[in-house]
Design a protein around this ligand. Sequence first.
Ligand code: MD3
Ligand code: FE
Length: 222
Amino acid sequence: MIDDLFANDDSILRQWQEPLAKDAVVLRGFAYDEAQALLQHITAIAEAAPFRHFVIPNGHTMSIAMTNCGTFGWTSNEQGYRYTETDPMSGQAWPQIPTIFLQIAQQAAHRAGFSHFIPNACLINRYHPGARLSLHQDKDEMDFSHPIVSVSLGLPATFLFGGLQREQPCQRVTLTHGDIVVWGGDSRLCYHGVLPLKDGIAPSPLQDNVRYNLTFRHVSRH
Ligand code: MD3
Ligand code: FE
């Protein structure tokens, strides 16, 4: 009997939830089975819209590399940050969000209690060892009623999750291959960041010391 119940699918044993704060939850292992397909799509997206290191308004160049898919893509230069409908490198529209990306984002949002999440932007961050993301808020989407769904792939990272003010203390959360985090409601404008990536050997089929993070967003037309 027990054997029958678990014969064909033990994903229930590899997936659990960790509440982080009000309206924020880690869905451990939730994208693990789809990880290879997601990585193949990232490779294809990067062929059309290559990863690049943006310059930010203080003149520094980001240590993480980024690209996007969706109607809107996040971009930066010395003038400021903004979402654009075309890749400034090519002048072309960003690649479409693959169906499997949309399905995973929607399903994760649903599990976290956000029932009608339809992202129109997917920012893809690439971290090599030493790359980091300093403490910030995500405010460029304009409408904060939609959650953000994040998918981690490859090497693990230490994620910092703070409060609504920069000075508030941060929780440290390790995000590993296949983990999803959903942030909405009261957590949507919390400060957050990523510590410098430690060196390591990423899981197969990533033959590289790399971490990818997908963030699904709903951007309102400005
Ligand atoms: C908490 N990326 O792209 S994802 C970003 O791992 C970003 O690459 C990080 O922060 C990364 O903006 C963290 C998790 C995340 C994303 C958005 C949030 C956490 C968030 C918005 C509000 C609160
Ligand atoms: Fe962020």
